[in-house]
Design a protein around this ligand. Structure first.
Ligand code: TXA
Ligand code: MG
Length: 358
């Protein structure tokens, strides 16, 4: 199949382009579109044959359920059988936006979408292109992130092409995405509700409206992220083996530099993925190896601006991986605010391999 790429203005999408994409969706084709979080790989959610194509294009295991996207909260009953009052409260505040809620599913939603679960994940994206597409399509749209399974989520159309060229019918290119981290997933099929994945809406923001919300086990203990139904830990994985360093920057930086120098002395080329503050402190400790090209340094935003860190994270992982380094040492920006979602993604990229430095 030939993949068509159409450019769209992110603020004022051309209705003719959106209509073409909406028609393709209704006809059961795969359409990639930008959202405020990451690019989504969309198909008509109520058409099992179309949904099946998503799993094939991504090489995604069928036990990993999909998020259903709708144009506004008024359409939630197209796929969910009900919305508890607290879910409604959250939806009224954070939709449209980077929030996904797990709700009891309606029988019309194919089992393929929910991996046979009695619940369905629903989200109203705020990106103008995504919303215009949902509105014109007039059908709910199942869409996982538009990456090949276990690759970092795509934040540009170029990332999508790297992974899915020839595997999807159409890509709407609306430029880089704003948030860069996937939506926060809150499960309302349990009481009290549980945050299954930290994301673009912070836990603090959810707690302000749903005070008794709890964190999925791994997230609460600070250990490996818990594996949501069907979700494998290994996710966003670079080809190079990655290790996540945690602790006070004053302790992490010298240790990370020492480990990088040791690996270089053994003949390896090492990548370092860290917030800019850490890179400033690291520079004098790794200068000769960096100058010799034995250590490749890749910033992803700063601790002072976690929104930028989130926006740059996945692109930074892709860029560093493409240099062919044999291992990546990464520094975590903590767990405050968006830091928690960033750390969760780093932990997945590291396949759970982390070192706490004291
Ligand atoms: O920001 C986002 O959420 C992006 C954009 C495209 O909307 N989408 C996204 O989808 O990240 P995906 O498929 O990469 O991640 C969705 C995750 C799945 O891994 C799955 O674990 C969880 O949502 N999920 C979906 N339905 C579920 C359900 N019924 N119960 C529990 N978890 C569910
Ligand atoms: Mg994904």
């Amino acid at each position: 199949m030939t993949t068509r790429v159409l450019h769209v203005d992110r603020d004022r999408p051309d209705p003719a382009v959106i209509e073409a994409a909406a028609q393709a969706l209704r006809a059961g084709q795969l359409v990639v579109f930008p959202t405020e979080t990451v690019y989504g790989l969309g198909a008509h959610a109520l058409d099992p044959a179309a949904v099946q194509k998503i799993f094939e294009a991504k090489e995604r295991p069928a036990n990993d359920p999909l998020i259903v996207h709708i144009a506004h909260i008024g359409q939630v009953n197209q796929c969910a059988a009900g919305m508890p009052p607290r879910a409604r409260k959250l939806g009224l505040s954070f939709w449209a936006g980077p929030l996904t809620m797990i709700l009891p599913k309606r029988p019309e939603v194919p089992d393929l979408v929910t991996a046979g679960l009695p619940s369905v994940a629903v989200r109203v994206p705020s990106h103008r292109v995504a919303r215009a597409l949902m509105e014109m399509a007039g059908v709910p749209v199942a869409a996982p992130s538009a990456n090949r399974f276990s690759r970092p989520s795509p934040t540009t159309a170029q990332h999508v092409l790297e992974d899915l060229d020839g595997r999807v019918d159409l890509i709407l290119d609306g430029g880089p995405t704003d948030i860069g981290l996937e939506s926060t997933i809150v499960d309302f099929t349990v009481d009290p509700p549980v945050i299954r994945r930290p994301g673009g809406i912070t836990i603090e923001q959810v707690r302000a409206l749903v005070p008794d919300v709890t964190l999925a086990e791994g997230l609460a203990t600070g250990d490996q992220p818990q594996v949501a139904p069907g979700q494998l830990l290994r996710h966003y994985a670079p080809v190079a083996e990655m290790t996540l360093y945690e602790g006070e920057p004053s302790a992490v930086v010298p240790r990370l530099a020492a480990d990088a120098r040791t690996a270089v002395a053994r003949g390896n080329v090492i990548g370092i993925l860290a917030p800019e503050e850490d890179l400033i402190a690291l520079a004098p400790l790794i200068a000769p190896s960096a100058a010799a090209g034995k250590i490749v340094v890749q910033p992803f935003g700063s601790r002072a601006d976690l929104e930028r860190a989130g926006r740059e994270l996945f692109a930074s992982i892709r860029t560093l991986d493409a240099t062919g380094v044999s291992a990546i040492l990464a520094s975590s920006p903590g767990t405050e605010g968006l830091g928690r979602a960033i750390r969760d993604r780093l932990m997945r990229a590291a396949n759970g391999r982390f070192r706490t430095i004291v």
